[in-house]
Design a protein around this ligand. Structure first.
Ligand code: ME8
Length: 511
């Protein structure tokens, strides 16, 4: 089994913000979860460096586009490990290997008869690098996303014959109802297709900052076609993932087509319409799923660097750690829908759920094993009352994450975190400990709590990799695979009990 997940490649016209961190974290959770299932995983992220958004930003700063791209691409590259992201490669569209693949694939699209010359006239947003139809623009000819005035463009270009793919795309959507999700986004893409597809510019004549068109050096490729191809080109030159039996050069065969492209709804049309059409035109297999999440909103507006209403992920992580940010974003905003974020909501979740529900549960459980059983987990059968709530969780989580239902997956686990807290209160080990007659009961409660903590830590591992690593290390459970999250998983017999370590507060309240 192989699993290939991607994030959009981010524009390098400014530094990363929380919106970018969001998609990268989501993709990382899927990648880590599939690694836990023992699959070969490839997780790609990177930066989109050509086109007007970058050329204009560089001009405004008085620097060359390449210099701005180098500076900001490095910031995005540095953000990934800070977020705890385990990406296998970081692509830059200025990589010469990527540029060669773009030229190669788009020449094939032309050889296949899907490119013709024409004149484009219409509205254009240089921040979106997007040509806007009349019904997509705000009053005063403004971009509905960036609120800037659109420019009227007239340009002789090569066009991609998108119109030829109207029927094939309708068939694709009919045959694969899970090609795009959530359902609202599927419907949105399909109705765009049904409204009639027009040919779109494939090249730009006025721009020089882009991948040169091999058959006409006065043109560069329109940045979106250059950018979309990153998902395919990366596999041709990325090194094989650490520990993989694959060699460099074997990744396309192993991982193409992608399992999941994660994006936000701002770039739905490019991914759900242009991209499959382009792949068909190039005779390449189509991705399995495109999942379109919503916007993180601040003050009711899409968080965006050009609007200036951004929350700095570096600052949040500095104070609370990357797990806290990962948790908050997946928990507070239903993945797939828009949701508001705020420092107040973040702090509330941190205190009540991470510090209290999970952190306290872990530290008091481990402390009780040390206090009452000298750090040895009794080797006794587990409490059957917990079994119904803890059995089959890996399967249930996998089913949700196979649909990229990241928030529902986290809620599935958190219900058990709360269940276990109730169990501690109900069974009150501190009461049992006072009564020698009830030693066997206490043994069972402690063994069950530790087993349940192991299950929770393994299930939560993709969401909270750093803190669950600490917890699993304290539990002396080295294997990170999902097999250990089975309630029935049996440790090696140890009649005298299994030793566990100690743990510091996982989510300190003073953070
Ligand atoms: O569009 N809420 O790059 P970009 C949620 N280079 N997600 C957000 C967000 C927000 N407020 N803001 C950004 C581009 N994102 C192109 C993509 S792909 C072939 C080329 C995330 O820097 C989300 O994933 O504008 C969104 O789709 C992406 O960043 C846009 O990043």
């Amino acid at each position: 089994m192989s699993f290939y997940v991607t994030t959009p490649i981010y524009y390098v016209n400014a530094a990363p913000h929380l919106g970018h961190a969001y998609t990268t974290i989501a993709a990382d959770i899927l990648a880590r979860h599939h690694r836990q299932r023992g699959e070969d995983v490839f997780f790609l992220t990177g930066t989109d460096e050509h086109g007007e958004p970058v050329a204009d930003a560089a001009r405004a700063k008085g620097v060359e586009p390449q210099a701005l791209a180098d500076l900001n691409s490095e910031r995005f590259r540095a953000l990934a490990p800070v977020l705890g992201a385990s990406n296998d490669f970081f692509i830059r569209t200025t990589d010469p290997q990527h540029m060669a693949v773009v030229q190669d694939v788009l020449s094939r699209v032309r050889d296949n008869g899907f490119v013709h010359k024409g004149t484009y006239e219409g509205w254009y947003c240089p921040r979106c690098a997007d040509f806007k139809a009349e019904n997509e623009i705000d009053e005063g000819n403004r971009c509905p996303i960036h609120h800037i005035e659109l420019t009227r463009e007239q340009e002789e270009n090569y066009f991609f014959q998108l119109s030829a793919f109207q029927e094939p795309l309708e068939t694709l959507y009919a045959q694969r109802p899970d090609f795009v999700s959530p359902r609202t986004r599927y419907n949105e893409a399909l109705s765009f297709i049904r409204s009639g597809l027009h040919d779109v510019p494939l090249t730009r004549h006025k721009l020089t900052w882009g991948v040169p068109v091999p058959w006409d050096p006065e043109h560069v490729f329109y940045v979106w076609f250059d950018a979309l191809l990153n998902y395919y080109s990366a596999l041709s030159y990325a090194p094989a993932p650490a520990g993989s039996p694959l060699a460099q050069g074997e990744l396309t065969e192993a991982f193409w087509p992608a399992s999941f492209h994660l994006i936000a709804k701002d770039i739905l049309r490019f991914h759900a319409v242009f991209w499959p059409a382009l792949l068909m035109a190039a005779d390449l297999p189509l991705p399995q799923h495109i999942f379109i999440h919503g916007y993180l909103l601040m003050d009711g507006e899409k968080m965006s660097k050009s609007l200036g209403n951004v929350l700095d992920p570096f600052a949040v992580i500095d104070r609370f750690g990357s797990d806290a940010l990962r948790f908050y974003l997946m928990r507070d905003v239903q993945f797939g829908q828009d949701g508001s974020v705020s420092t107040a909501a973040f702090e509330q979740r941190y205190e009540s759920e991470l510090a209290n529900d999970l952190g306290n549960l872990a530290s008091r459980t481990i402390a009780m094993v040390h206090r009452y059983r000298a750090g040895l987990v009794p080797d006794v059968p587990l409490d059957p009352h917990l079994a119904a709530d803890f059995r089959r969780l890996p399967q249930q989580l996998s089913e949700l994450l196979d649909r990229a239902e990241l928030t529902l997956g986290l809620e599935l686990i958190w219900e058990r975190v709360r269940r276990l807290n109730r169990y501690v209160e109900e069974r009150a080990p501190w009461v049992l400990a006072k009564d020698e007659q009830r030693a066997a009961e206490l043994d069972q409660v402690l063994a069950s709590l530790i087993a349940a903590l192991r299950v929770l830590a393994l299930l939560l591992h993709p969401y909270l990799p750093a803190s669950t690593h600490l917890l699993l290390s304290a539990l002396r459970h080295d294997d990170r695979s999902l097999a250990g999250a089975e309630w029935e998983w049996e440790p090696e017999p140890a009649p005298a009990g299994r030793a566990i370590g100690e743990i510091d507060s996982l989510f300190p309240k003073s953070a």
